[in-house]
Design a protein around this ligand. Sequence first.
Ligand SMILES: Cc1cc2nc3c(=O)[nH]c(=O)nc-3n(C[C@H](O)[C@H](O)[C@H](O)COP(=O)(O)OP(=O)(O)OC[C@H]3O[C@@H](n4cnc5c(N)ncnc54)[C@H](O)[C@@H]3O)c2cc1C
Length: 457
Amino acid sequence: MSSRSPSPERDGLLRRLASQLRGTLTTTPEALEGASQDFGHFIRNRPAAVVRPQDVEDVVTVVKFCRRHGIPVAPRGQGHSLAGQSQVAGGIVLETSGLAAVHALEEDRVTVDAGILWSAVVDHTLPHRLTPPVLTDFLDLSVGGTLSMGGIGGSTFRYGLQIDNTYELQVVTGEGELLTCSRWRDSDLFEAVLGGLGQCGIIVRATVRLIPAPSHVRVYNLPYATVADQLSDHLTVVDDGRTDYVIGLALPGAGSEWNHLLQLVSYVSAERPADDRVLSGLKFQSGLESSVDSTYRDWLMRMGPQLDELKTDGRYRLCHVWSDVFVPASEIQAFAADALAEVSPSEVDHYFPVVQYAVDRRKLDLPLFRVPDQENKCFLFGILKWAEEGHWETAVAHNRSLYARARELNGTHYPHAALPLSSEEWRDRYGAAWKGFAEAKTRFDPDHILTPGPGIF
Ligand SMILES: Cc1cc2nc3c(=O)[nH]c(=O)nc-3n(C[C@H](O)[C@H](O)[C@H](O)COP(=O)(O)OP(=O)(O)OC[C@H]3O[C@@H](n4cnc5c(N)ncnc54)[C@H](O)[C@@H]3O)c2cc1C
């Protein structure tokens, strides 16, 4: 079935599928238009239908039906990836947002449906003084969406990615089989799905790790004269572990200037952090630093109001042409200086600036999340550029050039980014993991019906 199929045949198929579901199948122009887009707003693929499953059995039914009729199908959490990853031309988009229950909460783990938002997960765990160890900066992303990407945050240097903090999954494979997998049970599937971009299965339920949550945080904002000083201190603080969360930022300054900032966050429960200990030996511009205290929850939810503001003033609808590459720590200063010289500060803003997260490769243990492997430390270097509609090609071309330079350094990219890759480029990117990924695809999605958006297979 595709948008080019004769309509009576297509409509008949869709009606048959709808009659087998407890949830809904819709073909309204609004639903199809919504599922044709994502947060990037520059790639559009119109599906034939949008299914909103009511339960896991609906997901099984849809996948089996799609397999029988050769219809492509893609899960969609919040559609916050940027380059068509959750889109499917002429196929079925399976919106998971209705699958949002919390099934079990224990001292060290919580089991949730894959469509639930991380903001709802923490609203459930924080009253019990528990939190996932790694959270994304924006929490209105689905658990299934970030677990299929990786899930990186300012505590990744200590705990790895969200996928590294996942205990168990329930997955519907491309054959429509519902399987439970973990590191110890059907580990091939577990490893093919976490960071697997929806290629081998649809996550329907996840059990993720919890640790004790702080009640408050102290956020330190440290300004730097140069990106080199800022990155060198970024490495110092992740090496000595003096704080709990670290992010590097380049914010637009006056004219063509960048304001370099290191943001350190100390989690507080009973004792306040000793500021001297947190700040000692760092090379920030002394006297210009500041700190602010907040509850842990308010700090976690900090980006929600910012996104609401973008929706109100129209900036949400712009093209978001974000570049996100992983570069070895020894190369990051030169890479960042060159990249910042090529971008105008007016291409980003204070909500979506240039960001850097440190990653310790020794904390990552899943094969499909690819980072440079010649050193223990690397950085995710993200330029969160926006562009007017009709002007995104230049920004994508720049992303390609940044990616090519990162590849020369054995770097990779974060696959939510605005960087469409060919199948050959994906193969190159996956390197040693490609063979296992391709074998898992053949085994778990033999008819290649799942998630064509990234263009991997
Ligand atoms: C404002 C903003 C802030 C962000 N901040 C961060 C951050 O701090 N850290 C970070 O790591 N990322 C961040 N991201 C990127 C984000 O993690 C990814 O884009 C993520 O995929 C978005 O989740 P989603 O629910 O919107 O997924 P979608 O965009 O809907 O889906 C992403 C991909 O996963 C697949 N997929 C979705 N659900 C499932 C499922 N249940 N099973 C299998 N595959 C599935 C889709 O088909 C698609 O290929 C941010 C994005 C935005 C827009």
